[in-house]
Design a protein around this ligand. Structure first.
Ligand code: F6R
Length: 613
């Protein structure tokens, strides 16, 4: 959460920073600000609200020409969203300015100490304490700025990605990270720093991912990286493979709609080079060295949050059905604070779109400390989780900018399905002929998703009818139970309508009391092994006058005769239905949110990358 951008080089810093902040707005949009340094000194401009509000504010200022600057877009943790709490923050002397993404846990102790020394604070943030603490160390140690940062970091508890400027050093940026991401773009005589690569990609594809406990000093056009133990390291330059068009809307009104529609391609991209049904080939490079451990694991533990957790639930069904290994799916946030029983015989799969989720990272560290093998399924290349795991497979869905996850979910399920099929085949729990048949079926999924997307107009009409509902219920069984949870999550996060997902059979144990003629109930009622059972559940809802919207298999007539609305999706193996069934649910939530005038891509209170616990 929070996005940071910085620039030093030969160009005008401000336009680069503003554009970068807009690209990072998915990480938080409570306030935005910049600090710029020129012959008139070190100036900070900041405003509550979105980056566009900051732009309007900056338009009234003349004195903003500079070739060095830092910028921030905030997701509020300490202190409400207002101008004072916006970043960057000055130190008391106004010699330092800092942007910070993360949380300083011991800020109260540091603050009390600083107040006793006479420091005055202008915000409620932990970040202002952080920069004043650095200033205090600087004053008391007669050292360089980077040395003061290094010494201060030894005393600070928490997570941070920071970039600091000092009034007296017009060509220097100092950055550090622990637990929050920071990427450095290396251009020709210029450097770009950002929370992810999206603000950097149009200027250079050479990047360095700063590691935890590393400090980067960019001075006189040179980059030097040291650990906080003062050991110099060699910056490793990675080549970015991201395309600029992947982070632009490409004619769509919202990123979310673009990303929903990209799914035939993103799923195909995820399978490309891995799945070749004709030749019976399925290879996940990341698993190669760990296949033995995977095959012989006593148990698979899946850890994730939110939508990624729903993908994990689908995977539980897949692994147990195809590979016959017991699976537990854990909320990372719960796992990390229990005293879980984990051993070296466990194979842990951590799922995360952003690769930065703080709870998932902490759960990984805990499982690792108990000897388990950790495998990551992540989307953002070079993010923290892939670097904290033993091995992993990227989902290759491309950048997901809409805060509500769509294409990342189907790409996660695609990777997990491939893992389950490989495992089942290797363990002999899937016969060769069944395996080949499943590979063919999986390969056909992108084309079927394309077909499922064609229901859009019908879904939009249904959305118009139910956009004012106050509650929704989503019900599914088996593989479609996690899809029901995901459909409900999508609706509530972007339209602010209360929605619950349930296993359909659980309805009679409580939620049935909610059903009346006002209540829309979305059933995922495809032709699978529990079809007859879900048909009975639909009857139970109809008997109580609930409104039924059913996602069904093409050609279905039985549910059609009972439901108020049906949305057809192509037929496939029941294990692959989630990849198709979730599509109309994403569309339904999208259209309802648009009709209610909600900010679809940046829903209130949310941020895409949850780097705080
Ligand atoms: C929902 C959504 C969130 C994320 C969750 C985990 O649409 O986006 O629920 O799924 O915050 O994030 P990652 O996958 O980045 O670990």
């Amino acid at each position: 959460m929070c996005g940071i951008v910085a620039y030093v080089g030969k160009q005008e810093a401000l336009p680069i920073i503003i554009k970068g902040l807009k690209r990072l707005e998915y990480r938080g949009y409570d306030s935005a600000g910049v600090a710029l340094l020129n012959e008139n000194g070190l100036s900070i401009y900041k405003k509550k609200g979105k980056v566009s509000q900051l732009e309007d504010f900056l338009a009234q200022n003349q004195d903003i020409k500079s070739t060095i600057g830092i910028g921030h877009t905030r997701w509020a943790t300490h202190g409400e969203p207002n101008d004072a709490n916006a970043h960057p923050h000055y130190s008391s002397s106004e010699n330092f300015a800092m942007i910070h993404n993360g949380i300083i846990e011991n800020y109260e102790v540091l603050k009390t100490d600083l107040i006793n020394k006479g420091y005055v604070f202008h915000s409620e943030t932990d970040s202002e304490v952080f920069i004043n603490f650095i200033e205090d160390v600087y004053k008391n140690n007669d050292c360089s700025i980077e040395e003061a940062v290094r010494l201060a970091l030894h005393k600070v508890v928490g997570a941070y990605a920071i970039v600091i400027m000092h009034k007296e050093e017009p060509d220097t940026l100092i950055a550090a990270r622990k637990g929050s991401p920071l990427v450095i773009g290396v251009g020709e005589d210029e450097y770009f720093l950002a929370s992810d690569a999206t603000p950097i990609i149009e200027y250079t594809n050479q990047v360095v991912y700063l590691d935890d406990y590393e400090i980067a000093v960019i001075r006189d056009n040179k980059l030097q990286i040291k650990t906080i133990e003062n050991v110099e390291t060699n910056p490793y330059i990675n080549q970015l493979e991201m395309e600029l068009e992947a982070i632009e809307k490409g004619g769509y009104e919202h990123f979310m709609l673009k990303e929903i529609n990209e799914q035939p391609r993103s799923i195909a991209d995820c399978m490309r080079g891995r799945l070749d049904a004709k030749n019976g080939r399925l290879v996940l490079g990341g698993l190669r060295d760990y296949m033995n451990k995977f095959q012989n694991a006593d148990r698979i533990i899946i850890m994730a949050c939110g939508t990624s957790w729903h993908a994990g639930l689908v995977a539980e069904y897949l692994f147990e059905e195809f590979a016959r290994i017991p699976v537990e799916v854990e909320y990372a946030s719960e796992f990390r604070y229990r005293n879980p029983v984990v051993s070296e015989k466990d194979f842990v799969i951590a799922i995360s779109q952003s690769g930065e989720t703080a709870d998932t990272l902490a759960a990984i560290e805990l499982a690792k400390s108990k000897g388990a093998t950790i495998f990551g399924v992540c989307n953002v290349v070079g993010s923290s989780i892939p670097r904290a795991t033993h091995a992993g497979s990227y989902t290759h869905a491309g950048p997901e900018i809409g805060v509500a996850s769509t294409k990342a979910f189907t790409a996660q399920i695609s990777v997990l399905t491939m893992m389950a099929l490989m495992l089942g085949y290797q363990r002999g729990t899937l016969t060769e002929s069944r395996y080949i048949q499943l590979l063919h079926e999986l390969e056909a999924i992108p084309a079927k998703v394309e077909k499922a997307l064609l229901m859009n107009d019908k879904v939009e009409k249904i959305a118009a009818q139910y956009k004012d509902a106050r509650n929704f219920l989503y019900l599914g069984r088996g593989y479609n139970f996690p899809v029901a949870l995901e459909g409900a999550l999508k609706l509530k996060e972007i339209s602010y309508i209360h929605a619950e997902g349930y296993p359909a059979a659980e309805m009679k144990h409580g939620p049935i009391a909610l059903i009346d003629e006002e209540m829309p109930v979305v059933f995922i009622a495809t032709k699978d092994s529990s079809y007859e059972k879900i048909v009975s559940n639909i009857q139970e809802v109809k008997a109580r006058k609930g409104k039924v919207i059913a996602v069904v298999t093409e050609g279905d007539t039985q549910v059609k005769n009972m439901a108020d609305h049906v949305i057809e999706i192509p037929e496939t193996h029941e294990a692959f239905v989630p990849l198709l069934a979730v599509v109309p649910l994403q569309q339904l939530s999208y259209h309802i949110a648009v009709m209610r005038g909600c900010n679809v891509d940046q829903p209130r209170n949310l941020a895409k990358s949850v780097t705080v616990e």
